[in-house]
Write a protein that binds this ligand. Structure first.
Ligand code: GTP
Ligand code: MG
Length: 197
C-alpha cells in the first residue's frame, strides 16, 4: 500500500463536512506536536503532503489522505494544546472523540505517545473511551531518536502495564522515529494488513 501516491482528499472541521467512507481508514491520534503529521509523511516517504510544524496545534481539522485505492490515512488534530482558546480546544477534542468512536470504515486508531514525555491524562482518557466504545487501537511511541534504548523500553513497559487489562488494545507496541526511520518498516507492515487487498 505504501508504494502508492499519497493524495490529500479532504479536511473536515465538523461532522457534516466528513467525506464519505470508500476505503478502509486508519487514524493517527495523540497530543499536539507528538509527530502525527510527520509520521504520515515518513511512512509514505512523501514529504510535505501532511503539513508539519514545530509549533503545536498546526493540524486543526481532520485531514484525509488516500494511498492509491488501498487505504485512507486520517490525520487528527492534536489534543492538549495549551495555547488554544479553551472553547476551541474542547470543540476539537469532542470532534476527535466522536470521530474515533463512530466513524464507519475506521479499522484502527494509532495513539501516538512521545517517547520522551510518555503517557498523559488525555491519552489515557482517549484510550479508556475507545475501550468503552470498542474501537481498536494501538499505541505508537514516537521520536524514539531522542531517548536512549533503555528509556524507550521502560516507557513501553510502563504503558503496557497501565493498559494490561484492556481488550481493544492491539499489540505489539510500535516504536518509531520519523527522523531516523527507525521502526517505520515494521509499522508499514502493521498498517498494510488493514488495507484493501
Ligand atoms: P499537531 O498537528 O500540532 O497536532 O502536531 P503533530 O502531532 O502533527 O506533529 P508534527 O508532525 O507537526 O511534528 C511536531 C514536531 O515534532 C516537528 O517539529 C517535527 O519535526 C518533530 N518530530 C516529528 N517526528 C519526530 C521524530 O521522530 N523525531 C524528532 N526528533 N522530531 C520529530
Ligand atoms: Mg499535525
Amino acid at each position: 500500500a505504501f508504494r502508492h501516491k499519497l493524495r490529500f482528499i479532504a479536511a473536515a472541521k465538523s461532522a457534516t463536512s466528513l467525506p464519505p467512507v470508500d476505503l478502509p481508514e486508519v487514524a493517527f491520534a495523540g497530543r499536539s506536536n507528538v509527530g502525527k503529521s510527520s509520521l504520515i509523511n515518513a511512512l509514505t516517504r512523501q514529504w510535505g503532503v501532511a503539513r508539519t510544524s514545530d509549533k503545536p496545534g498546526l493540524t486543526q481539522s481532520i485531514n484525509f489522505f488516500r494511498l492509491g485505492g488501498r487505504l485512507c490515512l486520517v490525520d487528527l488534530p492534536g489534543y492538549g494544546f495549551a495555547y488554544a482558546a479553551e472553547e476551541k480546544k474542547e470543540a476539537w477534542e469532542e470532534f476527535v472523540k466522536e470521530f474515533v468512536t463512530t466513524r464507519a470504515g475506521l479499522k484502527r486508531v494509532y495513539i501516538l505517545v512521545d517517547a520522551k514525555w510518555g503517557l498523559k491524562l488525555k491519552d489515557e482518557e482517549l484510550v479508556q473511551l475507545m475501550e468503552k466504545m470498542g474501537t481498536k487501537y494501538q499505541i505508537v511511541l514516537t521520536k524514539s531518536d531522542i531517548v536512549t534504548p533503555v528509556d524507550l523500553g521502560r516507557r513501553a513497559t510502563q504503558i503496557l502495564e497501565i493498559f494490561k487489562g484492556n481488550k481493544c488494545l492491539m499489540l505489539p507496541m510500535i516504536m518509531v522515529s520519523s527522523k531516523t526511520g527507525e521502526g517505520l518498516e515494521f509499522f508499514r507492515g502493521n498498517v498494510a494488513k488493514l488495507a484493501r487487498a
